[in-house]
Design a protein. Structure first.
Length: 92
C-alpha cells in the first residue's frame, strides 16, 4: 500500500495561488489562447465553421473536454475534434 509521505505544510495546497487574482487571470488567459490555437488549426484543416472545404480530407466532429497544463496544474478546456472523411463519401 502506498503511503502519503508529505506531511504538514508540504501536503497542503498553496492557498495564495488560489486567491491570487493575477495567477487566476494568467491561467484563464493561457486556457483561452490554447483553445484559440486549436480552433485556428481546425479552421485551417477543415475550413470555417458551417462552410466546410469539400476538398479537405478532414471534417469537424464536435468538441470534447480536454486537459492542458498551466503553471504545473491541469486546466480543462474545450478541444475541437476532427475526423478523416471516408473516401468516395461526400458530407452534405
Amino acid at each position: 500500500m502506498k503511503k502519503n509521505i508529505l506531511t504538514g505544510d508540504e501536503a497542503q495546497a498553496d492557498v495564495a495561488d488560489e486567491t491570487n487574482p493575477f495567477l487566476l487571470m494568467m491561467r484563464a488567459t493561457l486556457r483561452d489562447v490554447a483553445e484559440k490555437m486549436l480552433k485556428e488549426e481546425v479552421d485551417k484543416l477543415c475550413g470555417p465553421s458551417h462552410y466546410p472545404r469539400t476538398e479537405s480530407p478532414f471534417r469537424r466532429a464536435g468538441t470534447e473536454v480536454g486537459v492542458c497544463s498551466a503553471d504545473g496544474r491541469k486546466e480543462r478546456l474545450l478541444r475541437p475534434r476532427m475526423r478523416m472523411r471516408l473516401r468516395g463519401i461526400v458530407d452534405r
